[in-house]
Design a protein around this ligand. Sequence first.
Ligand code: SAM
Length: 305
Amino acid sequence: MIKDPYGRPVTGLRISITRRCNLNCIYCHREGEESSHIPTEMSPEEISKIVEIATTLGISKIKLTGGEPLIRADIVEIVRKISEIGSIQDLSITTNGVLLEKYADRLYNAGLMRVNVSLDTLDPEKYKRITGHAFLENVKRGIKKAREVGLYPIKVNMVILRGINEDEVWKMVEFCNRMEAILQLIELVPLGTPDFGKYYVDLDKIEQELAMRAEKVIPRKLHHRMKYYLYDGAEVEVVRPFHNSIFCANCTRIRLTSDGKLKPCLMRNDNLVDILTPLRRGASDEELKNLFLKAISLREPFYKG
Ligand code: SAM
């Protein structure tokens, strides 16, 4: 297993496959990609080649993100090509769920293992306020379909926003429990949103309430995220990156931007390593592997203890 200079094993690769999106969320960090200019996107072959190189370094957890990954017409092919590599232990997509009903079965058959669906509210008006669109019912149908076809576990990502959805946590816990989904409560990070101060919520109070209703609490390996197992069977994870040195100390993932640059940290863009240009110029596997090693050597916790 490969480790960075801070002793953190690198086991996951989070790949943005497009900057394009069919929603326009008020707080979106766009996976830390600064420019809204839409670059050439990586082809399915290029993505799977980069994943193949990653696997030679022991990276076996692949997450596809964006933009909105399901907006790509070749999303099923991308998933199939990655799953064919073989040594992938976890292949998942983070999606806003708008197109999930349409694609869930094809993605599952192509080798997708699970999905995270971003859904911040169950209120149609609030949904429109947050995303700019009226697709709430599509997302709910997408979650149901994903469960039916066997994508497991389904996680629902809810970013907590002050004055908008902080009062909906328990409604969402119930909804997810009914859907047999794990709820992930996500703390807003100050990236891409000019209104961070307006929307940021400290999750302490919510965590205290969860702790009171929990049968057990277990930290996950990734980011030391706390997972609460509630008495009624509901499962809730809390993702708190902001000013959290424990979160950073337990970060085990490296990123790939939609224009093919290895990105050591969500929060930084001054240490990217271009892998797509060398790949397009015909670089050898050894050279590509060295670019990964370089990016891993540049990894540094953003928040330090
Ligand atoms: N479009 C896909 C989706 O909605 O899941 C993938 C991209 S989206 C950027 C990935 C995840 O990042 C979503 O769960 C979203 O809620 C979360 N996210 C976006 N901006 C954020 C921010 N400023 N703070 C915390 N999480 C954020």
